[in-house]
Design a protein around this ligand. Structure first.
Ligand code: SF4
Length: 429
């Protein structure tokens, strides 16, 4: 086979070029390099590479960070970090890293025009900002302060976004989530009552559907997913819904390269197959009173005939939407293969309730994305995987304190202007 051929040629090449490497049949054993153990100390920290804020350890050698690994005691990443985490020392000591504020000295702006940045001290930068802010307050126009926040951190969110603009008297504070992550939380919010991201019980799952997400690179639990890939592939079916051949797609058994924006149609078709094939999770969802499956394509069901356990409105959903979403109809809409939709839905149903529909940003970060987030996440309900072994879970909350309220420091000017109309893009020029 191709694999054996590569192993044989690989072993042969290693034997020729590297005397410290032994070939034993088909397995290759690498001997340790002759060096003394590095002297230094592992120090616990948190990676800032993305919003996972993974627990990490940094190897300190004479005051220099030389290596990074996941915190060996972490239950969130099992002692691993992703490639971005490993690159922290390079980032930290990059000679081109910007370490202080820069000031534009060329008032002319535009493509190809050098802004002529010059480095300035933090004191100078803070004075410039403070003077401008005091000018606004003195002019009685504090609402003209606009605060744009990047990714969440406790300081940027609680102190600057939350408190600073309130004390100053401006309603114009904006966060990234206004245009990205909120829909991903609203889907579970309106279906499950969980306005939040989810965690996933990968260790016990028999089928994982990466839908509009590539957790080998971003989204949630990156180091955890990378380190569990082999185990996941062995234990169950991996399915990826993504227009792009992502890492998840490349590692999955099924890749559905969906037409962007048609995720709702696919989710409806999967629900249609799960229901018509009798593959919904009866413990969680419930069943027909006499046990006979009355979900027939195109036909409505009398709500009195079905007794729901932990879901609400399944029959309404079937009658108003899912009954007409055959795989053939969705295939046209999504530019996919109807047989593949059927196959994937059955694999999900057979693995239920130990199945994860990992709904990610690709599903919902678009106009009216809340609706697609709802229908895709609702599959976890039909499959009974919500809060179940090998399914989806509420995220673990970290224990942290709160900043004290600053309300008593809000003066009359701030009170009068802070509640004004927010510039929110809805009709504002
Ligand atoms: S997933 Fe990677 S980049 Fe993000 S916090 Fe963890 S180690 Fe850092």
């Amino acid at each position: 086979t191709r694999r054996v051929f590569i192993q044989l040629t690989g072993s042969a090449a290693l034997m020729v070029s590297a005397p410290t490497v032994l070939a034993q049949g088909l397995s290759v054993k690498r001997l340790p390099l002759p060096c003394s153990p590095a002297e230094g100390k592992w120090i616990g920290s948190a990676c800032q590479g993305c919003t996972q804020y993974c627990a990490i350890e940094v190897f300190n050698q004479n005051g220099r960070a030389t290596r990074v690994r996941g915190n060996q005691n972490s239950k969130g990443n099992h002692g691993f970090c992703c490639p971005r985490g490993h690159l922290i020392p390079q980032e930290n000591y990059d000679p081109d890293r910007i370490k202080q504020p820069l000031k534009r000295t060329n008032p002319q702006k535009g493509r190809g025009i050098d802004p002529k940045w010059i480095p300035i001290s933090w004191d100078e930068a803070l004075d410039i900002v403070a003077d401008k802010m005091v000018e606004l307050r003195n002019a009685g126009e504090p609402e003209r302060l606009l605060y744009l926040k990047g990714r969440y951190g406790n300081t940027s969110h609680a102190l600057l976004y939350g408190t600073l603009t309130k004390l100053f008297g401006s309603p114009n504070n904006f966060s990234t989530s206004a245009l990205c992550a909120e829909t991903e939380k609203m889907g579970p919010g309106y279906t499950q009552g969980l306005f939040s991201y989810r965690d996933y019980d990968l260790g016990n799952s028999k089928c994982v559907v990466f839908w509009g997400t590539d957790p080998f690179a971003s989204n949630r639990q990156v180091p955890n997913v990378i380190s569990r890939l082999g185990q996941l592939q062995k234990k169950g079916t991996l399915i990826t819904v993504d227009p792009r051949l992502s890492t998840a797609a490349a590692k999955s058994k099924e890749w559905l390269p969906i037409l962007p924006g048609t995720d709702g149609a696919l989710a409806n078709a999967i629900a249609h197959v799960l229901l018509t094939e009798g593959l919904w999770n009866k413990d969680f969802v419930g069943d027909f009173a006499d046990g006979k499956n009355l979900f027939v394509p195109g036909k409505t069901v009398d709500p009195q005939t079905f007794k729901e356990n932990n879901t609400l409105g399944l029959i309404t959903y079937w009658n108003e939407e899912a009954k007409d979403w055959t795989p053939e109809r969705a295939a046209k809409e999504c530019r996919l293969d109807a047989e593949q939709i059927r196959r994937v839905a059955k694999a999900m149903g057979q693995a239920a309730p130990n199945v994860i529909v990992w709904m990610g940003p690709g599903v919902c970060m678009n106009p009216r994305g809340t609706y697609t987030a709802m229908v895709v996440h609702a599959l976890n309900g039909i499959l009974g995987s919500v809060d179940n072994v090998g399914g989806t879970h509420d995220p673990v909350k970290s224990l942290s304190g709160k900043y004290p309220s600053m309300d008593k420091y809000i003066d009359e000017l701030a009170k009068a202007h802070g509640k004004g109309k927010k510039i929110d893009g809805r009709g504002d020029l």
